[in-house]
Ligand binder design. Sequence first.
Ligand code: NAD
Length: 321
Amino acid sequence: MKILITGGAGFIGSNLCEYFLNKGYKVTCLDNFATGHRHNIEPFFSNKNFELIEGDIRNIEDCNKAILGADYVLHQAALGSVPRSINDPITSNEVNVSGFLNMLVAARDAGVKRFVYAASSSTYGDSESLPKVEDRIGKPLSPYAITKYVNELYAEIFSKTYGLETIGLRYFNVFGRKQDPNGAYAAVIPKFVMQFMKHESPVINGDGNYSRDFTYIDNVIQMNELAMLTENKEAVNTVYNTAFGDRTTLNDLVANLKTYLAEFDSKIADVKVVHGPNRVGDIPHSLASIDKAKTMLNYNPKYSMKAGLKEAVEWYWKNLK
Ligand code: NAD
């Protein structure tokens, strides 16, 4: 069995590459290294089951080349980050919408068994209801959120019109090994870990009482595998929340980070945290209902936020210190 993993040099994509290579699958990674890194996939270069296609999903020929012989697609390539999409909505749209459409066309034409793609909790937009249930969404709050919602609309149309099997996974604040701590658009956990390790004060946007359903990478891998392989035909051509199903405030997250990091360097316990203004496009609270994934896919997340955070901190300490 061969899997095409787009965005395979990125955080989630490279973890998926590693997992499925270890399970004996053939894996093709399509990536243009816009935000991904060669060092994330370098360990796989010596694996005969791994193939890297350096290319761009905005180019249909690259998509067609990469998908050759693939049974499944796990589509991760996109430009993440709400602020990035606010600063440059055109490029986010080109990659996240046109690139996505190219991949759907390539998947349809190649006759793959299933197209599983990274959707996003940002699709819940301004809906204030908690927990978030798949069929109750609000209005998007950013260009990024629009792109991810359009993905779902296109996937549904491709299922209905061309019979392509698709499953969208609405990821909720994923974190873990290999997530990039650097750059203007770095996610909060790796960024704060790096700052704590340098004894620099992290800045929390707002008073820190905003909460998120922080989701460890291994839970996300499990969802991708279940979505890819489910034989339950009732479970396809839909979207699933991909989360742990619990929420943590930013203040509690930072407190946990400090505790775990202080086990490696006691001085980190004394690093002060600073509060700044709230960020445009941020919703106050996010919490997933994971009932649909449990019922339809037998999803059973193994890592709570704390268990995942402990592993992630250990990884960052070993790999980035
Ligand atoms: P990432 O930036 O680490 O990975 C994205 C990968 O896509 C990178 O390797 C990048 O180089 C590649 N890429 C970007 N543009 C490309 C293009 N034009 N052609 C080919 N490759 C391209 O981000 P991630 O956190 O691993 O996110 C993976 C997916 O999950 C994305 O679709 C993202 O929108 C989605 N998502 C992530 C989270 C999260 O919390 N990390 C939450 C919701 C959704």
